[in-house]
Design a protein around this ligand. Structure first.
Ligand code: UDP
Length: 319
């Protein structure tokens, strides 16, 4: 039985990936600092093939021994949510650096490594749709938002060098606005925010004027994408966008949710300076090209935005 290590496995994407790996018959070791109790996303999984290690990825001796004993490694541990990043930029960087440093120190050419990167690495690049080979434009370091993007990009550089220099099979996915059940509300992501506001009957908070755009990807599609690239040796040493190409403005998203949940809901426009801490900078448009992953693996998203909203709504209502 192959042994897979998942860092941050109790997080949002991890909590959908881990059951899939277990379902495929693997032994899964999760390292995550979230305590093992009812509030833990994985708590309901009573599988003898799951080992949960409640610890930080910055515990380097421990991480090293877990890496040494794994057949495949999925690096998902991260600080999530723009607000949290701005409040803790140093911790954000260290979480990425500590994991990748240990991988670089001990991973072998027999161990496939998946790295969860982010659309944030495109920064202020204005070319749309975003392709994996674009040059990148970041904001100034005085703005703490960029700590997340920079740390993820640094990790990409280190891991791709590891592939080139030591032939460790590394695969990188850049996630674009993944949503779905178990997404922690406290991250402040727009769909969980709007849906929970809508269910409470309070106005939906649109930051800025709502003309900024995003595209959303359901978490089960994102997990399919991870498994598609990990299962295909042609993908080794490559970076792939993981998301959808269905661009929508935040105002149009708010109107869609209003219509879906409660047409009498209000919309409240909140200036960025009131909505976000100092150090925030908006990304106005962000849409991936998913041509590359489609060409390499045949993957495409199964759920569109209406289906995503319906699944998320049901999860929030507990039905
Ligand atoms: N947003 C919003 N209202 C909210 C939460 C977010 O208008 O209650 C906006 C935010 O300014 C951004 C978009 O929705 O333009 C997506 O935000 P999110 O934090 O979900 O993801 P990211 O900015 O990382 O793409």
């Amino acid at each position: 039985m192959a042994k897979y290590l998942v860092t941050g496995g109790a997080g949002f994407i991890g909590s959908h990936l881990v059951p899939r790996l277990l379902g495929d018959g693997h032994k899964v070791v999760v390292i995550d600092k979230v305590p093992w109790n009812e509030a833990n996303n994985l708590f309901g999984l009573s599988s003898p093939s799951l080992e949960y290690v409640e610890n930080s990825v910055s515990n380097t001796d421990l991480l090293k021994s877990l890496v040494e004993n794994a057949d495949q490694i999925y690096l998902l541990a991260a600080t999530l949510g723009v607000r949290r990043v701005i409040e803790n930029p140093i911790g954000t960087v260290i979480t990425q650096f500590d994991q990748v440093r240990e991988i670089c120190a001990v991973a072998k050419s027999s161990q496939k490594v998946f790295y969860a990167s982010t659309s944030e690495v495109y920064g202020k690049t204005t070319v749309l749709p975003l392709t994996e080979d674009l040059p990148l434009v970041f904001g100034e370091p005085a703005k703490a938002r960029w700590a997340y993007a920079c740390s993820k990009l640094m990790a990409e550089y280190m891991l791709l060098s590891l592939f080139r220099d030591k032939k460790v099979p590394v695969l990188i996915g850049r996630f674009f606005n993944v949503v779905g059940p178990r997404q922690n509300q406290s991250y402040g992501a727009v769909i969980p925010n709007f849906l929970s506001q809508a269910l409470k009957g309070i106005p939906l908070t649109i930051y800025g004027d709502g003309t900024q755009t995003r595209s959303f990807c359901h978490v089960t599609d994102a997990v399919d994408a991870i498994l598609a690239i990990m299962g295909n040796d042609k993908c080794i040493g490559h970076v792939f966008n993981i998301g959808t190409e269905d661009e929508i403005s935040i105002l149009a998203l708010a109107r869609k949710i209003k219509k879906l949940v409660n047409p009498s809901l209000g919309l409240r426009f909140v200036p960025y300076e009131d909505a976000m801490p100092k150090g925030f900078e908006e990304i106005l448009h962000r849409v991936p090209s998913v041509n590359k992953i489609r060409q390499y693996t045949g993957w495409s998203n199964k759920l569109d935005l209406d289906e995503i909203l319906s699944v998320c709504l049901k999860a929030l209502k507990g039905v």
